[in-house]
Design a protein around this ligand. Structure first.
Ligand SMILES: Cc1cc2nc3c(=O)[nH]c(=O)nc-3n(C[C@H](O)[C@H](O)[C@H](O)COP(=O)(O)OP(=O)(O)OC[C@H]3O[C@@H](n4cnc5c(N)ncnc54)[C@H](O)[C@@H]3O)c2cc1C
Length: 424
């Protein structure tokens, strides 16, 4: 057995889009694969904002990793946190002191949000990356309405009914779209002391326009749709200068709010530190066109952790890019193991930009094709259902959407776990 697997021990860190795709493509390649993840589930991040805003349940967007590979005898799954790599002895270092040897190492550990040097803001403005982040945001959103209902002080009530999302990329836009739905459509009937439609929902962006990766035309359409139909205030060219338990500061202006969500800035996982490799400003490892670390052809870095250049442009941190990189690295590994010709350098094929704007509106850009409004929303919905894993999730998500669409009710409006008081 040892003889057969010599040189074929592939250790994959991270069961995100890149890691899973790589393992899928290595099926039958005769490798001995060890998949390490600090969580027991793969997460479909593109729909996480719908968990944070009560539309979907956590289990609709996450799957146990162990189950995904139950029938792949060549894959061993380890629930563990990686803290380093010993390149000399070719071992992955685990937080519990364990070591996992590798012949080929694939690092696909993703990214987290970054607070531009203000980590103290994290307590007041959670970002959205994990299921825990989503349930924290869900709890804070729902508690804000509950506390506004209980408050007798108009200023305090107004602060509870003010919701600020910082960063107007697709996630920020999608979040405010559904928060507006909650306030205007889902909740009004249920409260007695407040009118939830009085909620002030702010989308704050430091740049000159929202959805900066889209064309100016679609960006303007999205801003108008949010403001006119959704009742969202869009503030562009307004960098946030402070966040506290009382509210946010935009230069001279202070806005009292108890609910702030961070949807700006990302920082790659610390893989560059583990490897002592060169990184860009966001901590992404600078990789070769073969997606390996320079002078370490046995170490691949993929997805949001890698800085990949393709035709002079940086490949964006999106799910299709991570999957394509997983595919590509698997082809390289297979070619090396069989002695066949290596594929040329990695090339990224863009699958376009997509973002929803609340219920029944979206914007899509794919090459020269531009779509907006409800046709774009349907196309967005179908694409996302297609990319979910398994029939149960597809049915569950489709049912939740149809139910919400028809009844105006969201199925996952649960306040779970206690909210720690924040220092005022
Ligand atoms: C809220 C949100 C919405 C998004 N929406 C879209 C969208 O609509 N369309 C789109 O294309 N992209 C979207 N993205 C981006 C997309 O999800 C990422 O580009 C993609 O997940 C990157 O894949 P990855 O495999 O590099 O990393 P990830 O999918 O993030 O996976 C990384 C894995 O590594 C594990 N890990 C991390 N550190 C360690 C460690 N030290 N030890 C062990 N395991 C570790 C993590 O637990 C995780 O499972 C969104 C991202 C977010 C956060």
């Amino acid at each position: 057995m040892k003889q057969e697997t010599e040189g074929r021990r592939v250790v994959v860190i991270g069961a995100g889009f890149a890691g899973l795709q790589l393992i899928k493509e290595l099926k039958g390649a005769g490798c001995e694969i060890t998949l390490i993840d600090q969580r027991n589930h793969h997460l479909f991040q593109p729909l996480l904002y719908q968990v944070a805003t009560t539309l979907l349940a956590t289990s609709d967007v996450a799957w146990p990793i162990r189950r995904l590979f139950a029938r792949r005898k060549d894959v061993t799954t380890l629930l563990a946190t990686v803290t380093g790599v010993d390149k000399e002895t070719r071992q992955v270092l685990l937080q519990d002191g364990g070591r996992v040897p590798y012949d080929i190492l694939v690092i696909a550990t993703g990214a987290r949000h970054a607070y531009f040097g203000h980590d103290e803001w994290a307590e007041h403005a959670p970002g959205l990356k994990t299921l825990e982040d989503a349930t924290t945001i869900r709890r804070r959103l729902l508690l804000a309405f509950e506390r506004a209902e209980m408050s007798r002080d108009p200023a305090e009530r107004a602060a509870y009914l003010t919701f600020a999302v910082i960063g107007a990329g697709p996630t920020g836009v999608e979040l405010v779209g559904i928060i507006a739905e909650l306030a205007h459509r889902v909740l009004p009937e249920e409260f007695r002391q407040i009118d939830t439609r009085d909620a002030r929902i702010l989308l704050i962006e430091a740049g000159p326009r929202i959805l900066g990766a889209f064309s100016p035309e679609l960006s303007a359409y999205a801003a108008e749709a949010l403001e006119e139909k959704g009742g969202v205030e869009v503030l562009t060219g307004k960098p946030v200068t402070d966040i506290s338990a009382e509210g946010i500061r935009l230069g001279e202006d202070f806005i009292a709010t108890r609910t702030v969500i961070w949807a700006a800035g990302v920082q790659a996982s610390p893989a560059a530190e583990w490897l002592g490799a060169e990184a860009d400003r966001a901590g992404r490892v600078m990789v070769t066109p073969e997606l390996t670390v320079p002078d370490q052809p046995e170490i691949f870095v993929l997805g949001d952790t890698a800085h990949v250049e393709c035709e002079g442009q940086m490949v964006p941190g999106v799910a299709p890019a991570a999957k394509q990189q997983g595919n590509y690295a698997a082809r390289v590994i297979r070619a090396r193991l069989t002695g066949r010709k290596l594929p040329g350098p990695f090339r990224f094929r863009s699958m376009g930009n997509l973002a929803t704007i609340g219920r029944n509106a979206a914007v899509i850009e794919y090459g020269k094709l531009r779509m907006r409004g409800w046709p774009a929303w349907w196309a967005w919905g179908i694409a996302h259902i297609y990319f979910l894993i398994g029939t149960r999730s597809r049915l569950a998500v489709a049912l939740s959407w149809v139910w919400s669409f028809m009844t105006g009710q969201n199925s996952a409006r649960l306040i779970t776990q206690g909210e720690k008081p924040r220092v005022r």
